[in-house]
Design a protein around this ligand. Structure first.
Ligand code: PMP
Length: 433
């Protein structure tokens, strides 16, 4: 263990290292023959054998297009695809099965709301309230909607430690606010936002709420009915599932009233040469051949996550995050972005004045086998607000270990020695520390 960590570890909070055996890719070597330490989970996670087997099982035994085929394989595929919808419904506790729409991911889900609900409901002067910490996929679709409708975008500012400024939020919430669209967890700062409070206050002001749950559903239990959230978006590939599938949850009455966004097969009730009538939910928002196999894979991923337990996963990640935060905060010249560990999910982003994030990522990968992300993480406005162009992000999941965090710390110290040899490595302790 690194001697930079100053606080003791609660080993009872950690998940068994043996579950790594479920993830074949984790025994790969990367860089200069280093065992892989995969700390890029906020970008995309790895898949357990159970998910890989579910995917190949479909291709080997049951695959066909869904819904319309009157033959055995189409019926089997349809049943598996609709079972996946049930699994998602149970995971987020949606009241109705048809409130779960399969999309290609969080980005597609948010775009669906921005195009469909936004174009139908927003008028010039109406306001959409976002935040400074949003991912580009919860900024750009609203910028596009604002261009089309004349709606005005406002942004909740951040506190100095990278949390939403809730007093400013309340000031910005007016009778002009039609929608509040914020992330549950920042993919750059790690901040866990008080979404229940945001939803309650937005509703009291007459606004709807969309939650970008790309970084929360994979790591924290989310109950859409308890939250009373109007729209929720997340992605399969960030929760042990395949890429190419995601979910848009919406309240039935809202989805029912919204026009379809993409047109084509499956989303219709009847088509004539010059007109169509849309299908009922959820088909109305699932035009074309849906992500059949990815959705079935996502279903297997949900089974896996629930067998481990989201609360246990959260405890594990919190412990690793605290350990990493604690050690990184001892390193001279390193700036950790975002709040103290008690306000953050399982990731730590940091920046050095004199060393570019790409240098970190390269050396960490090549010499230490540690995969991290370097860049703006699709949060350019947030980085601009922080006064930096890029940062390095280590993000954890259920299969990461203390030993991997140690390698991260060792790697960061090595980069610091390499690129800033004159610098001290540790912060000087104040006399009373
Ligand atoms: N929102 C957040 C907070 C994210 O972290 C991401 C993925 N980095 C997205 C949205 C977009 O997800 P996807 O690329 O799967 O559409």
């Amino acid at each position: 263990m690194t001697d930079l960590a100053t606080r003791s570890i609660d080993r009872t909070a950690l998940l068994p290292v043996a579950l790594r055996n479920d993830f074949p890719i984790l025994s790969e070597e990367v860089g200069d023959h280093q065992p892989l330490a995969f700390l890029d989970n906020a970008a995309s996670t790895q898949r357990p054998r159970q998910v890989i087997d579910a995917l190949s099982g479909v291709y080997e035994r049951t695959y066909a297009n869904v819904h319309r085929g009157i033959h055995t394989l189409s019926e089997l595929s349809t049943e598996q695809y609709e079972t996946a919808r049930h699994r998602v419904q149970r995971l987020i506790n949606a009241r109705q099965l048809h409130e779960v729409i399969f999309t290609s991911g969080t980005t597609a889900s948010i775009n669906t709301v921005a195009r469909s609900w936004g174009d139908a409901n927003l008028r010039a002067g109406d306001e959409v309230l976002l935040s400074v910490m949003e991912h580009h996929s919860n900024l750009v679709p609203w910028q596009q909607t604002a261009e089309r409708t004349g709606a005005v975008l406002r942004h909740i500012p951040l506190t100095d430690d990278g949390r939403l400024d809730m007093e400013a939020f309340e000031r910005l919430l007016t009778d002009r606010t039609k929608l509040v669209a914020v992330t549950a967890v920042s993919n750059t700062l790690g901040t866990i936002n008080p979404v229940a409070e945001i939803i309650a206050k937005a509703h009291a002001a007459g606004a709807l709420v969309l939650i970008d749950a790309a970084q929360s559903v994979p790591h924290l239990a989310v109950d859409v009915q308890a939250l009373d959230v109007d729209f929720l978006a997340f992605s399969g590939h960030k929760m042990l599932g395949p890429s190419g599938v995601g979910v848009l949850y919406g309240k039935e009455a809202l989805l029912d009233a919204m026009p379809p966004f993409l047109g084509g097969g499956s989303m219709i009730n009847e088509v004539k040469l010059s007109s169509f009538t849309p299908a009922a939910l959820p088909a109305k928002f699932e035009a074309g051949t849906p992500p059949i196999v990815p959705a079935i894979g996502m279903s297997a991923a949900i089974d896996y996550l629930q067998s481990v337990g989201l609360d246990a996963i959260h405890r594990h990640e919190s412990e690793l995050t605290r350990y990493a935060y604690d050690a990184l905060s001892q390193i001279e010249g390193l700036r950790i972005l975002g709040p103290a560990p008690e306000h953050r999910a399982g990731l730590v982003s940091f920046a050095f004045d004199r060393i570019h994030a790409h240098e970190f990522a390269q050396v960490l990968n090549d010499q230490f086998g540690v995969a991290v992300r370097a860049g703006h993480h699709c949060t350019q406005p947030l980085h601009a607000h922080l006064g930096i162009a890029a940062s390095t992000r280590a993000s954890f999941y259920l299969y990461n270990t203390l030993e991997e965090v140690d390698r991260l710390i060792e790697g960061v110290l090595a980069v610091q020695r390499m690129f800033a040899p004159q610098g001290r490595q540790r912060k000087r302790r104040k006399p009373d520390e």
